[in-house]
Design a protein around this ligand. Structure first.
Ligand code: 1CP
Length: 360
């Protein structure tokens, strides 16, 4: 497949560890609920209908790129991490949060999952959206593909939706560790094929979201999440190599796993490590060393603090990431997804402040 030449590859250079003339910036969940133009599309279409209709997914992916043209350095394909459990045969509704009518209750329920999932067939609609969107982007910014981490997907598949306590999925880890690990690996294998398919379709960087990593003790993170994250990084790279396809940078965002950053950088095998706002960028850099780029980490709630606060906090963040002698490969972002109530013009202020303060 050939695509238009890139006019802005800042994020790809930073992801490969290069210090860039200014920090590239994008925002997790940038295509979504805080944007009136997204809500207008959403009023007419179901959530998964948008995901499954390449033209709609493309339109929503491009919305923040159009609105913030010249200020944002990457697009992320519109989809959801929960398309993987769907591909494995589970029903997922969005009303308004994710709901699984028939979650996995005991390890025997794993039998209900589809055996030998044909990932390319089940999720080919994501690939179609990626190819179309990358073409429409015309090289303006790179396109990011993504999937959920096995631990985070495991939690949804067992809890049946979002959770505050994670009681059900954690009791699996204690009572059924062997079956849990088998399921985590099974999810990882789907993620590998899914990410390889996204890369073949045109994704130029891929991110794995382990949104609930911070719910685990560091030793449980090391035992149950990290091995499946490593499996994904290794599996994607070896499958690409076997097919003669050039590798793309891989990002891991393990939210809340701040005491595991050193282990992540040492063993997980990702090029970029995302961090949330609860860790100081200088401490994160000390933990990860000089082999990876960092991504993050403004508290998303700063976007509710008014423009003076936004400017002050962006300036502080830029100083922290670009301070001292440490390597400075850095992709600016929030420390988690942008939330529905943010005024899009306040997000513009965030992007403008980044232009002002992030020059090397
Ligand atoms: O009705 C609606 O419009 C639903 C809102 C919505 C949107 C806009 C959901 C439901 N998902 C999305 C899109 C989405 N989800 C993207 C699109 C690309 C982007 O702009 O970034 C991405 C990357 C995701 C990833 C995602 N989904 C994560 C990982 C990132 C994170 O924020 O931690 C998670 C945990 C989900 C599950 C999910 N899907 C939707 C919601 C509301 C949730 C979270 C629910 C919960 O708190 O458990």
């Amino acid at each position: 497949m050939t695509f238009p030449a890139m006019k802005n590859d800042l994020i790809l250079r930073a992801a490969r560890g290069e210090e860039t003339e200014r920090a590239p910036v994008w925002v997790m969940r940038q295509a979504g609920r805080y944007l009136p133009e997204f809500l207008a599309v959403r009023a007419k279409h179901g959530f998964f209908e948008i995901c499954r209709t390449p033209d709609l997914a493309m339109e929503v992916t491009l919305q923040p790129i159009r609105r913030y043209s010249g200020l944002v350095d990457a697009a992320i394909i519109f989809s959801d991490i929960l398309v993987v459990p769907q591909a494995m045969g589970m029903e997922v509704q969005m009303n308004p949060g994710p709901h699984f009518p028939d979650p996995l209750v005991t390890p025997a329920d794993v039998e209900k999952l589809t055996k030998n999932v044909d990932v390319d067939k089940e999720l080919g609609y994501v690939y179609a959206a990626i190819t179309r969107t990358r073409t429409a982007l015309a090289g303006e910014v790179p396109l990011i593909g993504f999937c959920g981490a096995p631990w985070t997907l495991f939690s949804y598949m067992i809890e049946g939706g979002g959770s505050k306590t994670f009681q059900k999925c954690k009791s699996w880890l204690f009572k059924h560790p062997i079956e849990s690990k088998a399921l985590l690996n099974r999810i990882a294998d789907i993620c590998i094929d899914f990410l390889v398919g996204q890369i073949k379709a045109g994704a130029q960087l891929v991110q794995v979201f382990d949104s609930w990593a911070g719910e685990l003790t560091p030793h449980h993170f090391a035992e149950f999440s990290l091995p499946s994250l490593q499996r994904i990084a290794t599996g994607v790279r070896s499958k690409l190599a076997a097919q003669g396809i050039p590798a793309v940078p891989m990002t891991l965002f393990a939210k809340g796993a701040n005491t595991s950053l050193a282990a992540i950088a040492r063993t997980a095998g990702y090029d970029v490590v995302g961090i949330d706002w609860c860790v100081d960028p200088a401490d994160a850099r000390a933990a990860v060393g000089d082999k990876v780029a960092l991504q993050g980490n403004l508290d998303p709630n700063v976007l509710y603090g008014g423009r003076e606060a936004i400017e002050r906090e962006v300036k502080r963040m830029c100083e922290k990431f670009r301070d001292g002698k440490a390597p400075k490969a850095w992709i600016a972002n929030l420390g988690h997804g942008i939330t529905p109530g943010v005024d899009p013009e306040d997000l513009r202020c965030f992007f403008e402040c980044m232009q002002k303060y992030s020059k090397a």
